[in-house]
Design a protein around this ligand. Structure first.
Ligand code: LLP
Length: 417
């Protein structure tokens, strides 16, 4: 459920009309609904209420400080993947014991910073990383808490670019090497083995891959217990999909939680969940203005002032995003069009051959489901300053990231002396 709806033919975010925000901040901009973000987090937390758990929002989905702050106030912890993301959660005052650190390429500096901050645990992705963490913890005179990220070799049935739990993916420790590495880890003097971690992919629309992965993982947990390596935490990653279109919606957090908790009966483990998209995805839209409409042969192109540098999901994954007029006019005809950006690439599109209301030049349109992996993946390609970000709460809105200026964009560039 989200809080974007029409009122008197004007698309609103909560109680604020999007055309009013466009007037005030210009276009393009991302607009997030605070109420929707909080609602999504609450639903997710409630779904797991029966179990000991910590929801660690995956910062990469949308890392704006105002969003992290909002979620932290409602009890969220965080899943980070870089020193940069650690700095973000530090700035909103998140305590170390609510932070897990994932990712295949943690640098020495990043590991040191996380050790100094005292995070809950590292999700370790390789033998080399485990030994590196042991050495660095030794140098700092501390013990590092770790989980090993195990790759269960389960097909998540999602886009190949966002599938992570298959043997051929770079992620995690191969299932069959896991036991050996746990035994080794137990002997390392600056490692404290706390748990096991598993994340198989993103935008999963069925539950069976999650359940299959969990079954494999729990077999391992039992074997480890038998070997005298009891674990306290089980991190099940993120990955639950969201509805982007009108097709059959993915399972709700409640069903997802029930399916997992059923398998976990009898295990004394604290669960960690790392949802990203399901919290932020449908809590945000990208608002853009139609610059031009042009007809080439038998195709009509709607050219907007936002491009693939602002929202690259269609270009990268051929992803579907709903598109709606910000102001509906009575009797708007429909026509089949391509909605494209201004960037010099044919992959710069938001929709292709889509039946949409007939837009005019100057109209505003909203690209739905842009709250996750929208701004956080945006770039300056074509020397385009990044879009503004706005948050709405009730009848108020605030800019939570100013539109980047050209001066800021060019600030670090230096002519060769
Ligand atoms: N945990 C780990 C270790 C992850 O790698 C990810 C996402 C998550 C949690 C959060 O997954 P979520 O709940 O959001 O599915 N840019 C792509 C998605 C990449 C996901 C990367 N990892 C997209 O726009 O679809």
């Amino acid at each position: 459920m989200d809080h974007f709806h029409y009122q008197d033919d004007r698309l609103h975010c909560e109680e604020v009309a999007l055309d009013r925000i466009a007037e005030a901040v210009g276009t393009p901009f991302f607009c997030y609904s605070g109420k929707t973000l909080r609602h999504h987090l609450a639903v997710f937390q409630q779904a797991f209420a029966k179990a000991k758990h910590l929801v660690c929002y995956s910062v990469k989905a949308n890392s704006n400080l105002a969003i992290l702050d909002l979620l932290a106030r409602d009890g969220a912890g965080f899943d980070i993947v870089s020193g940069g993301e650690l700095e973000r959660v530090r700035r909103i005052g998140c305590p170390g014991h609510k932070i897990v650190f994932s990712g295949v390429g943690k640098t020495k500096e990043e590991i040191r910073q996380a050790l100094e901050y005292g995070i809950l645990m590292f999700n370790v992705e390789s033998r080399s990383e485990l030994y590196r963490i042991d050495t660095l913890a030794g140098e700092l005179g501390v013990r590092a808490s770790v989980a090993l990220r195990i790759n269960p070799d389960v097909d998540p049935n999602t886009h190949p670019h966002i599938s992570t739990g298959l043997k051929r993916n770079k992620f995690g420790i191969p299932y069959h090497n896991a036991l050996d590495l746990y035994r080794d880890a137990q002997r390392l003097s600056h490692i404290q083995l706390l748990g096991l971690d598993c994340h198989i992919g993103s935008q999963l629309t069925t539950l069976s891959p999650f359940v299959d992965a969990l079954k494999r993982i729990l077999t391992l947990v039992s074997t480890l217990k038998h070997e005298g390596i009891p674990l306290a935490y089980l991190d099940l990653g993120g990955g639950l999909g969201i509805p982007y279109d009108q097709s059959r919606p993915p399972p709700l957090p409640d069903h997802y939680a029930s399916a997992l908790l059923r398998e976990l009966d009898g295990f004394d483990l604290t669960l960690i969940l790392e949802p990203g998209r399901v919290i932020a995805g449908n809590a945000g839209v990208l608002v853009t203005r139609v610059e031009y409409i042009k007809d080439n042969e038998d195709k009509r192109f709607i050219i907007t002032d936002a491009g693939m540098n602002d929202l690259m999901r269609p270009a990268l994954y051929d992803a579907y995003h709903g598109i709606q007029p910000v102001v509906r006019r009575f009797g708007m005809e429909e026509e089949v069009v391509d909605v494209v950006g201004p960037i010099c690439e044919s992959g710069d599109f938001f929709a292709r051959n889509r039946l949409l209301p007939a837009f005019s030049e100057g109209d505003l349109l909203a690209v739905r489901s842009s709250g996750a992996y929208g701004f956080s993946m945006s770039s300056n390609y074509n020397t385009r300053p990044r879009a503004a970000e706005v948050m709405v709460q009730g009848d108020r809105f605030a800019i939570i990231r100013r539109r980047e200026t050209l001066d800021e964009l060019l600030h670090n560039e230096i002519l060769f002396p």
